[in-house]
Design a binder for this molecule. Structure first.
Ligand SMILES: [Zn+2]
Length: 216
């Protein structure tokens, strides 16, 4: 059963007017299909917003089956405690209630939720980023990668400074970006609107960055 991809909020990221920091909020995504899945439930200041947004789609926090945190930054994983009926997948950690599940993400093994949703290790922004690959019911979207901060926004395809500035492991992140670009038709980035992958990336050969860099 393919999924509906619902962007509850397109994220953003920009310098504050005073220049002392950044105004940032992450993209919050709801995947609705066999299961109800939230990817990156926002910051601690997004609690009321996320409750009211999922209600518009007929859901209460207790109806959510899975919550995914693409990485451990506070703007992305501030509302885990709303979703106490869900399995939580945060980076490479999987838990429900007080049970922790082992999964070999670091060996490249996908965590499969069902035939249309899998979660895979795509490190680089941090050492343990994950991306959710989901088959959309909308043929215009195709395979959608909800990729967190591996992609900041659409413009980072053409301006490496936009993602490298925040990258802990740039070479590794470049490799993850290339793998996602080859496989996905559409990308949901960590701090911007959903965008389509330009066709040229499908033909890209992975030569420039064959990585041997250690992640930690
Ligand atoms: Zn972020």
């Amino acid at each position: 059963m393919p999924y509906e991809i619902i962007i509850l909020r397109p994220g953003f990221y920009k310098k504050t007017a005073a220049g002392e920091g950044y105004d940032a909020a992450c993209t919050i995504t709801l995947l609705k299909g066999k299961y109800s899945i939230i990817v990156d439930p926002g910051s601690a200041w997004d609690t009321k917003f996320i409750i009211s947004e999922i209600l518009k789609h007929g859901l209460k926090p207790e109806n959510i089956n899975y919550v995914v945190g693409t990485h451990g930054h506070s703007d992305h994983i501030g509302n885990l405690n709303l979703f106490t009926q869900a399995t939580h997948i945060v980076c490479h950690d999987i838990s429900k209630d007080n049970v922790y599940f082992q999964h070999p993400f670091e060996e490249g093994v996908p965590y499969t939720i069902d035939g249309d949703v899998s979660i895979e290790s795509t490190p680089g922004h941090t050492s343990q980023d994950v991306t959710v690959f989901v088959t959309s019911g909308d043929s215009n979207l195709g395979v959608v990668a909800v990729a967190g901060d591996i992609f900041e926004n659409e413009h980072c395809l053409f301006d490496d400074d936009l993602w490298m500035g925040q990258s802990q492991f740039p070479k590794l992140q470049k490799k993850s970006r290339n793998a996602i670009l080859k496989r996905a038709d559409t990308i949901v980035p960590g701090h911007g609107a959903m965008f389509q992958v330009p066709a040229s990336y499908k033909r890209m050969e992975e030569t420039e960055y064959s990585i041997s860099q250690k992640t930690s």
